[in-house]
Design a protein around this ligand. Sequence first.
Ligand code: AMP
Length: 402
Amino acid sequence: MIRRQFLPQIPYGTKDFLPKEATHKRVMENSLAALFARWGYDEVVTPAFEYLETLNAGAGDGVAQGTFKFFDRNNNLLALRSDMTTPIARVAATRLKESNPPLRLFYLANVFRHEQAQAGRQCEFYQAGVELLGTGGPAADAEVVALAVEALAEAGLDNFKIGLGQVEFINGLMGESSLTPEDQQKIKHHLVARDLVGLGEALTVSGLGADAQRLIRHIPLWQGDDAVIQEAYGQVKNEVSRSALENLADIKRLLAGYGLERYIRFDLGLFRDLDYYTGMVFEAYTPGLGFPLCGGGRYDTMVAAFGIDCPATGFAFGIERVLLALERQGIDLPDPAKDVYIGWREGALPAAIAEATRRRQQGQAVELALEPATREAAKADQVAKGYARLLYVGDDSHVDES
Ligand code: AMP
């Protein structure tokens, strides 16, 4: 009988981080954690899996399609978290509900979604992000956008732009139309997907007047600087859309105060997910990457699903996407520290251990050979392993460094 050889593989859409990549990820996570702390955010860690019911309560059933689900021993239906916003909303509304608002929380976490995997799109991926809970004004929105810009800069990127939109802009237009809720949903769906052909077809059969159709068709084209807001303001009459535009202008003014307005580009066709967001939404883009680097926005109704009314805003940053963008843009990240390789001749191991201990206490990265070797063989090992220097412990425990 021929036994088939077992080929160990990892599941579709997951990846191993080998040492160099893992170091880059760790360096980035550490610097982001330090940045978030400098802005007054505290870290929270939540379980990788929760009851499916809990995750659905926060994010809506739509998310369930992309969720990895399984049962525990007691037949409870569980799911791997697909983002951190819902778990943090749960924590804020339960364990932290007595805290004085606003609550500033950050996380570094892996999340899981069924996806068509490709470079930059995984089924398991890592996010760094913040949630600012308990305040509804533009100051909170400007703060999270500013922090997202700082996070991208901290990661080493400088060539990126933030697209800034507002979901209430389209909600206002839909509210003043005579469309049925189903037709409104269809039109919004085409706008979210930026499917201009589908949008055109849906509008043609919608029964909307020519002016309303022209206005909605124009939404994805309203991208750019302050002139976009002024032009849109002149074209819409309803109060909901107008105050959405005023809100965007307020946020941009505050971002100018942070000195970051050059990164901001209005995009009235940016809605992300309309069921989840209730106000400002944003995404960051960089050349050479076909996906956003980070995304976020205001979600004022989600925390209520866990029992308290609490406006909230935040963003998530994709660690692998930022690493990929840095690589594609030729921006170097620090490699694992490799200071000293210690080799030793027969009998000199105790002296070599003492030397390694001393150097490690000084903060150097030291690898100690586990077998005796000649000086030449130790030199070859040092070079092959990529250490900056060789320290050789020879006769009479004499230490020489090269
Ligand atoms: P979202 O939670 O969908 O708002 O995504 C926030 C950020 O997470 C995105 O801007 C990406 O940087 C990253 N991201 C989302 N989906 C994936 C994925 N499938 N693979 C890798 N990164 C992702």
